[in-house]
Write a protein that binds this ligand. Structure first.
Ligand code: ADP
Ligand code: GN1
Ligand code: MG
Length: 357
């Protein structure tokens, strides 16, 4: 790690690095340098180029996005903690390629803030949603050209459905027999897959991976201080972001929880999300977008469940796993949450409606 870290424009002496975070895709490390005798932390990441096929395009997106965000934060107190800051490599580029062809980047470490894998309070849900809505709002003015699609069709649910059907047919890991109820669940819900794509919603610059653990909450104030994990920032629908907030922030259970009785859509969390999101995004959302807020939670939860199931059937080639049936467990929590949303859909719709009046 020292060899990698020294390729970035960081002064001081490299002390060490440890593996960091619980993301499913990239490898993150917290690296410590001594600068004038003081330990300073940096976040180093190896980009998963098996998944992000064009790391240069991805880094160009991140450079443009962070620069645009930073310019709008210029007058804010504590502005350096409100947007990710890339540390350039010594050759002046925004990233470093090592001898094995791995792409690395370094960020300034956001101190006195942290991410949570599971939500703990409605206040946290409100703050996360407000931060992601603010992120969308600031990026609405990103100058042309259009950002690169870092993963094409990332939230195209019908294509995710088709990929699952292929994985069932191929049954590469011989697991289809173990996932019959989950496969049936998807087939039964096929009709919802295309709804957002056919709802005439505007394309925006969106985050596309608004997991609760992709926003850092300030330790002292609880504020959603910085949106992180920018690899999938690209053109998308605002509701992809809101839907993924519902998926990851309304249930108190971990994504791979095996006790499904713990997985439930907690109405007060949903209410906090809607209120937080409307605080920052309320003035640009169209009527059609508002009308699909509840639906987007159901759809994105369904979609990510499909992706976990597809990866389970393919033999765990995409998401990092730490045990054998982890992707199936993740799929089950998603579908349990979809059911919980279905049971409360009318009440959720009434809430959104009441906030319109
Ligand atoms: P992944 O794509 O693997 O989810 P993330 O970019 O979300 O990677 O980073 C993984 C974890 O590292 C985050 O959940 C967060 O806790 C931490 N992290 C990421 N960026 C920073 C940063 N600039 N400062 C401090 N911690 C960070
Ligand atoms: C991955 O990188 P991470 O862990 O924040 C995935 C998301 C999924 C999520 C499920 C690039 O996100 O799309 O929703 O896992 N990211 C990519 O937890 O596929
Ligand atoms: Mg992440």
């Amino acid at each position: 790690m020292g060899a990698v870290a020294r390729h970035f424009q960081i002064s001081g002496e490299f002390i060490g690095a440890t593996s960091y975070g619980s993301g499913h895709i990239n490898d993150s490390y917290c690296a410590v340098f001594h600068e004038a005798g003081v330990p300073v932390r940096y976040l180093l990441q190896r980009i998963n180029h098996g998944i992000f096929k064009n790391p240069a395009a991805l880094m160009e997106n991140i450079q443009r996005v962070t620069k645009h965000l930073a310019a709008q934060m210029a007058d804010e107190p504590d502005r350096e903690r409100r947007v990710l800051t890339l540390i350039p490599a010594r050759d002046g580029r925004a990233w470093h390629v090592d001898g094995e062809g791995n792409h690395w980047r370094a960020y300034r470490f956001i101190e006195n803030a942290r991410t949570y894998d599971a939500v703990e309070s409605t206040g946290q849900a409100f703050q996360a949603a407000k931060a992601f809505g603010h992120f969308q709002k600031l990026l609405a003015s990103l100058p042309a050209p259009r950002l690169h699609d870092t993963i094409p069709d990332f939230h195209n649910t019908p294509k995710r459905f088709a990929a699952l059907v292929e994985a069932i047919d191929a049954d590469a890991a011989g697991r289809a027999i173990l996932a019959k109820p989950e496969i049936d669940f998807v087939l039964k819900h096929q009709s919802i897959a295309g709804v957002l794509l056919n709802a005439n919603l505007p394309e925006r610059v969106t985050h596309n991976d608004t997991k609760f653990n992709n926003v850092m909450l300030d330790d002292a104030t609880g504020e959603g201080i910085c949106v992180i994990d920018l690899d999938t920032v690209m053109p998308g629908l605002a509701l992809y972001d809101f839907g993924d907030m519902v998926r990851t922030t309304t249930s108190p259970a971990m994504e791979d929880e095996q006790d499904l009785s713990k997985v439930t859509m907690q109405f007060p969390m949903f209410e906090a999300l809607v209120r937080g999101y409307l605080t920052s995004a309320g003035d640009f959302l169209t009527k059609a977008e508002r009308q699909h807020l509840v639906f987007s939670g159901k759809l994105i939860t369904f979609e990510i469940g499909i992706r976990f199931l597809t990866d389970y059937l393919a033999g765990d080639t995409y998401f990092k796993v730490h045990r054998d049936s982890q992707n199936l467990d993740r799929c089950r929590t998603q579908f349990k949450l979809v059911e919980s949303i279905e049971q409360q859909e009318e009440r959720m719709e009434r809430l959104v409606q009441s906030l319109e009046d």
